[in-house]
Ligand binder design. Structure first.
Ligand SMILES: [Zn+2]
Length: 433
């Protein structure tokens, strides 16, 4: 596919680029980024003056729910939600039904992505069979089938010896392990952050230490084995301190943070909205401040949504019983542009870096850059677009978000995958459905 995107402000952190230029895509790959390009005759053109043109955004942490829970999300609906939200690639976690612990499941997900997907899908294979944390999955087979990392996400790997062995095996396949850092015994049956608010509300708490002891353990094992470990959804100031220190010592550790952990505190739970219930839970004000600072200084490498669709029936119950998790694909970019960039938490190039080159480097994906030869994946932003988040308009099959009604300024305007426009002004194009 050929395309020229003309006259936009091109922000490509991987190449230290920020200025007006044209982006030429030929045969689905980036050909040139320059001012005043003359494309081959007949090349379709997009006028992007006044818009921001960036490498395609990558979401490192998505639950597509297929196979097994298609009433919550499918590869078709999840990738449409991604395209609508400005993402050109999603990394799909292994906690499907059945679990992605064999080649057959990976093959199935990739086949669905080819048939029905509108953005790139990168599956993650399980660390342990059935996510039971007892026996290693067939890590080699999963890598061969196309998995880009291993994770039992949704569940912690509690057995440290098993995780050590997984890290040793993973090294042979040059794939990192993604850790859902939660001590299951400390978290127990907690439903929110343990602190003043949980005491006030009479809800069972999950202490910050439940995350921090596991982050410390994960860092120690990354150091022991030399295999990279990526900490998913960091939520506490203590975890940030541990990661900052480990990185300073050269330990191969990377980390991501979600928009909800950057924007909300446990105070949001006071209304008992089940859409404030997730793992890890919304933390305190000091934690949010530490996360924002760490995102800006690069201690946190990536913003990832932990898009976790749930049906109404799983959420519209009393707080104690509600499912954990919220959707994020269609809200992350408007929320980030509004509440992180406009409010000066980090500048636009840094924000874009945490959604492009940051995640690409963690998983060694050939994405996140507008370098010639890279896949022609581009996200175009309209920084002036005003909108109110309206869950009834989501492409996702699920609506579980605490951000309904939030006003934003700035949104994805166009999503381009391999030179093909898959979303323009919220309208999804292409795909077979
Ligand atoms: Zn998780």
């Amino acid at each position: 596919m050929d395309l020229i995107i003309k006259g936009g402000r091109v922000v490509d952190p991987a190449n230290g680029l920020d200025g007006v230029a044209d982006v030429l895509i030929l045969d689905g790959r980036i050909a040139r980024v320059e001012r005043g390009l003359e494309p081959p005759e007949g090349t379709p053109a997009v006028e992007a003056a006044g818009k921001v043109v960036a490498p395609g955004f990558i979401d490192l942490h998505v639950h597509l729910r297929e196979p097994g829970e298609e009433y919550k999300e499918t590869v078709a609906t999840g990738t449409r939600a991604a395209a609508a939200g400005g993402f050109t690639a999603v990394v799909a976690m292994a906690n499907t039904l059945p679990v992605n612990d064999t080649r057959a499941v990976t093959d199935y997900i990739l086949a669905q992505a080819r048939a029905d997907g509108v953005v790139r899908v990168y599956p993650v294979g399980a660390v342990s069979k059935g996510l039971r944390g007892e026996e290693l999955a067939e890590l080699g087979e999963l890598a061969e089938a196309g998995c880009v990392a291993y994770s039992d996400d949704g569940q912690p790997v509690m057995d440290s010896a098993l995780l050590r062995r997984a890290l040793e095996y993973a090294q042979a396949f040059a794939k990192p392990i993604i850790s859902h850092a939660e001590d299951a015994h400390l978290a127990a049956d907690g439903v929110m952050h343990e602190g003043f608010v949980s005491t006030d509300l009479g809800l069972r708490g999950i202490p910050a230490a439940a995350e921090e002891v596991m982050v410390a353990r994960d860092i120690a094992l990354a150091e022991l084995t030399g295999t990279p470990i990526h900490i998913a959804h960091v939520s506490t100031a203590g975890a940030v301190r541990l990661i900052r220190d480990a990185k300073g010592r050269g330990v191969p550790v990377t980390a991501e943070v979600t928009p909800h952990h950057l924007l909300l505190t446990d105070e949001a739970v006071r209304g008992f909205d089940p859409n404030t219930k997730m793992k890890p839970p919304l933390r305190g004000k000091r934690d949010v401040e530490a996360l924002r600072e760490a995102l800006a200084d690069g201690t946190l490498d990536a913003i990832a949504t932990d898009h976790a669709p749930h049906a109404l029936a799983d959420k519209e119950v009393e707080y104690d019983l509600a499912a954990f998790g919220i959707v994020g694909l269609e809200t992350a970019v408007p929320l980030g542009l509004t509440h992180l960039v406009r409010e000066g938490v980090l500048d636009l190039p840094a924000f874009i870096a945490r959604l492009t080159v940051g995640p690409a480097r963690i998983l060694d994906l050939p994405l996140g850059t507008l370098s010639p030869g890279a896949p022609g994946d581009v996200t175009v932003l309209d920084l002036d677009r005003e909108l109110v988040i309206d869950p009834s308009r989501f492409y996702s099959r699920s609506r579980n978000t605490p951000f309904g009604g939030w006003r934003c300024v700035g949104a994805p305007w166009m999503t381009i995958v391999g030179g093909r426009v898959v979303m323009w002004e919220r309208v999804i194009k292409g795909g077979t459905r």
